[in-house]
Write a protein that binds this ligand. Structure first.
Ligand SMILES: [Zn+2]
Length: 835
């Protein structure tokens, strides 16, 4: 059967016909089922007779309108709606219904992660719990009572402040929570379980004491301290930078293992994928620690940008996500290294969003239609959305931007608004007209291309910028003279298809450093350029990195076109090795462009050719600088994050040598490592050396961590991403491993997801990779549609592939589309890819 394909359009938005002033929920949790009692105070605000509530496979027990129990002549139940006929202007509605959280594998609505009851309601999970006006512009005051067996579920949580505890005779107990802030249903949360926890306290700027709790599986309490520290850092930062104070008596975070996304900002009760909570040096890498700090902050920041001010409809998702990602990026930059943070942010954008924007699933940060909203939690809405906010920040400047966010909070607190409302505040407070900005960046898809033409005559340097469209953006530009001195550093405004800037009275032609700090998320097209010069003299840390990447890319291009390796690049790379700069930054400078980045520069993609060029270049660098790299490796201790980053980089650069020396170095690092950061890199290097069989180390790692699912994700990812032979065979076999569980999204992502990003084997010319992943998508779609459509994203490169791969892909994509009972989620993504 084909799924119902009814796209929803932004242009069709209508205000709700009813307000729900209050909702009083009671959950009776049992092992076999849960009884939900939902009492709503409803008011009609439009001229209509019937109320149509959102629901899904409703199992109704009782329905009451005021004091009248309704029989089935008064209502209509369909798969997705409950319609109650002829309702008065104001009324109370009581719905009692039954749900089955223990059978819920989609992980939306109320479900069980292990023995813990938990929820995920964004975007449309709440309708799986009870009938409701499940749309973000219906905001209500929630009171929630959770009742369950006291010994199995001693901890009962929901949103807001704890109001009352109840004890019942039959070993059951209950807790009532009241959330005084009106909120949409997608922010509703409930947790019940026998959980461990750590507790702390934060005093706000006005002197309110807030109780902070982080809950986790018992035994993991010691791994929550970094998350707690990050939460307090985020609370302080939001007060200092945005003037935002927390607004409840308590802030709870719960870590669960089965979660579709990273984390969820439910009011006062964040629910997290345990990947973004639990960490200690033995089990988490430095990157994991940073990820936790960023995601804890992100969800906390949503309290104002998302919860207090929410989205009018789901087309506005970037209103809360773009802004909140921008806020967490700035937070991370303030607390850690600014230069590293910016490079990492841009890397993520290019690896994920640029690929998406060049594919058939490309969409503006504010999409105009969708079939399944779950498919629009994308890199475009989030990461490009954050870049768009960053451009506004650059255009306004720090102080005006703060004035503008103050105005935004003041004007729209407690409301569900649109991106235009946000832009109104930005414009109003700064006096800058953002109409042209909005029409380009919010409404158009694709990555703008900016062509640069430069000329120098009689001491006058001319920079001409040409774009196909008329996007409006800030462009940070620097000019460096022939002696390596910076003579200009400024922000230019590009607001037309052609724009020319002239610099006079120069003695020699300067070298231009364009789009510093990646001030606009565009693709820059420049003619021949002296990258080696910029690698040396650019004062902008981001553009120094760009010059390195561009030079490497140019070298790889030449190699793909049959030319020899450019020794000038090899020399410039050697120069970087000698630099005395922060080691985290240096480790990034020395990283060669990823296969995905190289792929994006090809008209027709053939991964075999890309791998061949990259492997040859890497080998040449390793043999040229073997001695120097060994020197760096041996000179560094492993006590700090930057040192570990550089040490690991040196080991990775050396690894293509595949010599006994490298093998011994990696083996020794694996054996003596005191942190996961070093252990996991050593293991990955060994697994990828074709002259070595890493089975001892893999076995050791497995035995050490087999009871720790989070670490086992790393194990599966290393094996599925490997360059070694027979990867697909190994991945197929690993599915039978005791640790692997197809119902846990993290494990699916680390094994199947990693394989789908292993371009070498996913794109194998015998079609085996495509067939395997397509079959998995079909199987997983029946369990968890959101997870399946996520995996289907691996096929996004379809349009750009060579004919051989393309026809193999087409066969598998068609097979997915022809599957009986395919979800809307997969139908939408695969349908778009096939056109
Ligand atoms: Zn978010």
């Amino acid at each position: 059967m084909m799924p119902k394909i009814e796209p929803i359009y932004l242009k069709d938005y209508k205000k709700p016909d009813f307000e729900i002033k209050k909702i009083d929920l009671t959950f009776d949790l049992y092992e076999e089922c849960t009884i939900v009692t939902n009492v709503m105070q409803i008011k009609k605000v439009a001229d209509t007779n019937d109320i149509v509530l959102d629901t899904l496979d409703l199992e109704l027990q009782e329905l009451w309108l005021n004091d009248l129990k309704l029989n089935d002549t008064r209502y209509i139940i369909t798969d997705e709606k409950l319609t109650i006929l002829n309702v008065p202007k104001e009324f109370n509605l009581k719905i009692i219904n039954k749900i089955y959280p223990q059978n819920n594998t989609e992980l939306e609505g109320l479900y069980k992660s292990g023995s813990i009851f938990c929820t995920q309601n964004e975007p449309e999970g709440f309708r799986r719990i009870t009938p409701y006006l499940d749309r973000p512009d219906v905001m209500s005051i929630f009171t929630t009572t959770v009742i369950a067996d006291k010994s199995k579920y001693p901890i009962l949580l929901s949103n807001g402040n704890k109001h009352q505890c109840h004890d019942f005779l039959n070993g059951r107990h209950g807790t009532t929570w009241i959330d005084p802030h009106p909120k949409p249903a997608y922010l509703f949360a409930l947790v019940a379980g026998d959980l461990g926890s750590i507790t702390d306290e934060f005093t706000t700027v006005t002197g309110e004491d807030i109780e902070l709790n982080i809950y986790c599986d018992k035994g993991n309490e010691d791994r929550c301290h970094h998350a707690m520290k990050s939460l307090k850092e985020a609370m302080l930062w939001d007060e200092e930078v945005y003037g935002r104070e927390y607004d409840l008596e308590i802030y709870n975070i719960v870590a669960v293992d089965s979660f579709n996304m990273g984390a969820m900002e439910n009011k006062g009760l964040n629910i997290f994928n345990s990947h973004y909570v639990l960490a200690d040096e033995d089990t988490a890498t430095d990157a994991n620690f940073m990820g936790i700090q960023a995601v804890i902050a992100h969800e906390y920041f949503h309290n104002w940008t998302g919860n207090r001010i929410t989205c009018r409809d789901w087309f506005q998702l970037t209103l809360k996500e773009g802004l909140t990602v921008f806020r967490d990026q700035c937070f991370s930059a303030d607390l850690n290294s600014k230069e590293v943070q910016r490079i990492e942010d841009v890397k993520t954008l290019r690896e994920r969003q640029f690929v998406e924007d060049a594919s058939p699933t490309s969409h503006p940060i504010q999409p105009k239609s969708y079939i399944s909203m779950n498919n629009f939690y994308t890199a475009t809405v989030y990461e490009k959305g954050a870049e768009v906010i960053r451009m506004i920040y650059t255009l306004l400047g720090k102080e005006k931007f703060r004035d503008a966010t103050d105005l935004y909070f003041k004007s729209f607190d407690g409301q569900a608004v649109t991106t235009s409302d946000f832009l109104w505040a930005m414009s109003e407070a700064s006096g800058i007209d953002l109409k042209q900005f909005e029409s380009g960046w919010y409404n158009k898809k694709g990555t703008p291309i900016l062509n640069v033409e430069q000329s120098f005559k009689d001491g006058t340097f001319t920079l001409k910028f040409i774009q196909e469209d008329d996007f409006y953006f800030p462009l940070k530009v620097g000019l460096i003279d022939a002696d390596g001195r910076e003579i200009v550093d400024e922000v230019l405004i590009i607001d037309a298809k052609e724009k020319t800037f002239v610099y006079e009275n120069l003695s020699t032609m300067p070298i231009a450093s364009i789009n510093r700090d990646f001030s606009a998320p565009i693709i820059l097209k420049e003619s021949e350029k002296d990258f080696a010069f910029l690698m040396k003299y650019d004062t902008n840390s981001f553009n120094k990195y760009e010059a390195t990447q561009n030079f490497a890319m140019q070298t790889l291009q030449d190699m793909i076109n049959g030319l020899e390796i450019d020794e000038k690049f090899i020399d410039a790379y050697g120069y970087l090795l000698d630099l005395e700069i922060d080691n985290s930054y240096k480790a990034l400078l020395l990283e060669l462009p990823s296969v995905s980045a190289i792929m994006q520069t090809q008209k027709v993609v053939d991964f075999e050719i890309i791998y061949d060029a990259k492997e040859r270049l890497a080998k040449h660098i390793a043999s040229t600088y073997e001695e120097k790299l060994m020197g760096i490796y041996n000179s560094l201790d492993d006590l700090s994050i930057p040192n570990r980053a550089m040490k690991n980089r040196a080991l990775r650069i050396l690894s293509p040598l595949e010599s006994d020396m490298v093998i011994n170095l990696a083996k020794e690092q694996y054996k003596t490592s005191k942190t996961m950061t070093q252990r996991v890199v050593a293991l990955d290097v060994l697994e990828n050396i074709s002259t070595y069989d890493a089975k001892d180390e893999l076995e050791d790692f497995y035995n050490r961590y087999k009871t720790d699912t989070l670490v086992m994700n790393k194990y599966f990812a290393i094996l599925a991403s490997s360059d070694a032979k027979d990867v697909l065979k190994k991945v197929i076999k690993l599915q039978d491993d005791k640790v692997y569980d197809e119902k846990v999204p993290n494990l699916v992502r680390s094994l199947i997801g990693s394989f789908a990003r292993n371009y070498k084997y996913f794109h194998a010319k015998d079609g085996s990779g495509y067939k395997f992943v397509a079959d998995k998508i079909i199987a997983i779609d029946a369990i968890n549609a959101q997870m399946a459509s996520g995996l289907a994203g691996a096929f996004k490169v379809y349009d750009k592939m060579n004919e051989v791969n393309k026809s193999l892909m087409k066969k598998e994509l068609q097979k997915i589309l022809d599957t009986d009972g395919l979800s809307k989620n997969c139908f939408e993504i695969v349908g778009k890819i096939l056109g």
